[in-house]
Design a binder for this molecule. Structure first.
Ligand code: ADP
Ligand code: MG
Length: 254
């Protein structure tokens, strides 16, 4: 495991009077796979969204390789970055959501080359070559010209992963990537994620797939009511949780 890629310090976030994140500290090292678990409403999605500044923080800071995300210092104060700078920072996080979120009017290949061409100004030829490689790696090279609606949910989610990878992100953020899938399609998506993890990708994964977390994650982190209540090596924490709330959660999802 390498140096710290992602660092969260005292991250706070409220919606109105509801405090959803109550001071989160989390470091993710290069090549590390961290699974984030916790009951519905505990703040997992909000945490992922604050990391790439889809949600502004109320307090605390997020760093990607020592670069402050979302803000710059100006005269001792923090000023939110402009849209262009935010887009540049966001491009360094790949995000894969529960609901695939592919562009419906674009083919699989077009979905994958879109951001590299538009955001990174890659040539069409370069972007296409890389997209074909990525689609091959997720087992979908033969569906490059299909439209998302003609793919299964599992295939769509594998395209979404290829699309995220096309930007060569420093970190991949997954928000319950298999929760919307029919049970028989979960395995093919987890296999792709397993493969990425083995290849050294740095990943923060919100999931209820306990077996995946135990087998693939280096670390499991439990969130409850916006606080990390327990964390440690995935095998230890998932097999022998110390906290009552962690044990209760694990009994429910198993
Ligand atoms: P999880 O992903 O762990 O289920 P979320 O981060 O989605 O939890 O939500 C945590 C809490 O924040 C929930 O009570 C939810 O209703 C609330 N919440 C999430 N997003 C918003 C929002 N945009 N506006 C108001 N409340 C929100
Ligand atoms: Mg969520």
């Amino acid at each position: 495991m390498g140096e710290t890629v992602l660092r969260l310090r005292d991250v706070h976030k409220s919606y109105g009077r509801q405090e959803v994140l109550r001071g989160i500290d989390l470091d993710v090292a290069e090549g590390e796979v961290v699974c984030l678990l916790g009951p519905s409403g505990s703040g997992k999605s909000t945490l992922l969204r604050t990391i790439n500044h889809l949600e502004p923080l109320d307090r605390g800071a997020v760093f990607l390789r020592d670069e402050l995300i979302g803000y710059r210092e100006s005269g001792g104060r923090l000023v939110e970055l402009g849209d262009r700078e935010l887009a540049g920072q966001r491009a360094r996080f790949g995000m894969v959501f529960q609901g695939f979120n592919l562009f419906p009017h674009m083919t699989v290949l077009e979905n994958v080359v879109e951001a590299p061409i538009r955001v990174r100004r890659e040539s069409v030829a370069t972007a296409r070559t890389r997209a074909v490689d990525l689609l091959t790696s997720v087992g979908l090279a033969d569906r490059a010209d299909a439209y998302p609606r003609h793919l299964s949910g599992g295939q769509q989610q594998r395209v979404a992963i290829a699309r995220a990878l096309a930007m060569s992100p420093a970190v991949l953020l997954f928000d319950e990537p298999t929760s919307a899938l029919d049970p028989e399609l979960v395995g093919e998506v987890l296999d792709v994620m397993r493969h990425l993890a083995a290849g050294g990708m740095t990943m923060l994964v919100v999931t209820h797939e306990i077996t995946f977390a135990r087998d693939v994650a280096d670390r499991a982190v439990f969130l409850d009511h916006g606080t990390i209540i327990e964390q440690g090596p995935a095998a230890d924490v998932l097999e022998r949780p110390r906290e009552r709330r962690t044990r209760e959660f694990l009994t429910h999802v198993r």
